[in-house]
Ligand binder design. Sequence first.
Ligand code: 26Q
Length: 831
Amino acid sequence: MNHSVTDSDSFQVPSAKDLQQALLTTLKRHKKTRQSASLTDWYVAVAETARERLLGLWEESQKARNMAGIKTAHYLSIEYLPGPHTWASLHGASIHDAMCEALENLGQNPKEVFGHEPDPGLGNGGLGRLASCFADSAACLHLPVVFYGLFYRDGFFRQHINGDGRQEALPDKWLIDGVNPWGVVREDRRYTVKFHGWQNDRFEWVDAIEIPGIAHDIMIPAYDGKGVNTKRLWNVASDAKISGSEFGEIAGFINDRLYPSDKDERGKKLRLMQEYFLVSCSLQDIIARHLDNHPSLDNLAEFVAIQINDTHPALAVPELMRLLVDEHGMDWKKACEIVRTACAYTNHTLLPEALERWHTGLFQYVLPRHYGIIQGLQADLMNEVETKMACRPQQEKWDVQARVSLVHEGHIRMGHVAAFCTRQTNGVSKMHSELMAKTLFPDLRALRGEDAIVNHTNGITPRGWLLEPNPELAILITETLGHENWISDLPQISSGLWGPRSDPDFRNRFRDIKRANKQRLADFVKQLGGPQVSPDAFFDIHVKRFHEYKRQLLNALHVVALYQDIIQNPGQPRPDTVKIFAGKAADSYDAAKDCLALVNFLAKKINNDPQIGDKLKIAFIPNYNVSVARIIVPAADLSEQISTAGEEASGTSNMKFALNGALTIGTQDGANVEIGEKVGRSNIFFFGRTKDDLTALQQNGYNPMDFIGSSDEHNPSRLRRALRFIQTETPYGSLTESVWSGDRWALATDFSDYWDKQEAARGLYLHDPESWLTKSIDNMRAGSRFSSDSTMREYAEAWGIQPFLAERFRPTQGPSRPVRTQTQELPALHT
Ligand code: 26Q
């Protein structure tokens, strides 16, 4: 699309009447009338109208930054999980309320129209959602950050639950008639990406096939309407020659979907090509933009920071080397220095199976020149160890060299490439960063200094996880504090609501809001064909990707044990309980898919058991995504964060739930530990073995039988009974095998403490609702300490970038005007 230079007209905030006109004009362009338009047509009209309003502001922001020649950060991520764009875009364009009014005047219900926006299928889990929280924060802090990714026509998959309660993975068709109405196709941002061929003896890459890529931009507006950032997603150009060669044909699938199956060789090739396509287009774009303003690339690292989000874009290391050395004639040493200064890496997992490794044969076949570069980097690294450890015994040096090696057992370890060839590596919670330094890269600090590994605990955007999904709570906060500053400075909630938390009026309103949110979720569950549940029941919620380490099976065992307990002791006082699950299981992951099916099996059995009635209901909400999360999160009483200690890098739903007033039942893992520190141990239900306990157990030859408890036929332990039930009464008995043998995920060790803490939670909810309410408020206050704005400021400091506003938005001089610190720190202008 051609977007022309801003005219002064677009600085005016339009009235509802102007917007009505704009909507009707847009409908007309689509050959629709007010009468014939469907809700989707109305949504598209809203999107296009908002996009039009944002274009001028976007251009203004970008132009001002370019003119000023400021340092910019670039975030490379294979996934984003933004959720619908409408709300943030309308606010960013300062037309939210006017648009609602315009729609109402045209006889439309704004909520219904906005609700017709499909969730963009650009991501899957926490890593993608974090990238989107960062994108929102960077925009709201007016930080110059460009977010790079891949465009996918289909998302991960749409989850359908069939009659047997099993997940079916359907294509996630999120585009409307093949179009994303928020997208701006940039034919002018076009680069060529090479694959295959070979590296000749002059280290040149020859006989490669070439695939052109073009940008699909999505604007990321600041909530305050004072700027717009860019998310740039790469697409294979429609005129690419994709037939006639193996690589051309595979390239035709680059934009098909996120994480295509890599079971066979072709799938692996496609995955590697996707990653390289993302990295190469992005780096070429970064370099081209730098050369627009500078005569050479010698000062690239002064003006460019590059963040490698997990291992998927770790090819940025050899690709930047290639571009600098091969394409721009820089010498190897200087190029290494630039890569080492400009790039940094975020690790999101310690699980060996999630750390990418490429077979050297495949790597060399697809990216022959990069293979040569990796060998060069490997040689440099070995020399560095040799030099830095010159006085150490030879065996010690060899051991270190083996541990840090980029190439290991015939594979290239992308985590090692990213960690050992960049400036800095960060983990995503204190605990994760420490474990990473100890276990994954134990030599990195010794070799490069303490700062080679740092921590930036994750965060969540307050706009996306409080203001948008929980507007009533947002109003209560604003009215109580007397201002809206908390929206851009979330931790204010913590101190600001200390007093009001004991005020009966505040408490009543807080309680009523939670109840209304629970009613909304109850309606949603019912509408999806789930059980009828009361908003007065205890809402115990476990939503996240299905994975063995996240231990949905532990929760399922609790469901069974509770079911058996209710039958055995029907008179015991308990709150009616609703256990809610949602999440997708990777299509190739049988244990996760079986566990999901088990939950649905239990739901059917328990929900229809007359002995149980309303005492226990199970709901599985299909197709978990950001929109669904925004209905679920505000309604939780209890948030399940029960990963095996040491396995969850951080978690972010733990923060979302706390911020919306849920109490956590969780292990001492990831960011749960830090939430516990902020809220106080008496306000969180910690259970289970610590990582150190588990390590010690394993070292001493752990036997799960020691924990499964009494096998007495007449009085078996609770866990044994629950396991037996799953074995004999459900088709998913095989799931229990991993508990009996080895118990890699420590279910047997943790079950009884989990049971006890569940009892404690439900007991408190039932017997001391006032205390529960206080804890709920305190969890919201603690949750406010996990704003992604704060996290983004930490990254910005590490990147060496500063907030920047276009001229007309800069605060005027003079002491009398209160301005927020993050907008005050303007850099020296280069113009
Ligand atoms: C690996 C190898 C081959 C193919 C795919 C992958 C792969 C795909 C997705 C590896 C990892 C992921 C996603 C990881 C993820 O979402 N991690 C989560 O990141 C969050 C943000 O930091 C953390 O809060 C979570 O703890 C972490 O699980």
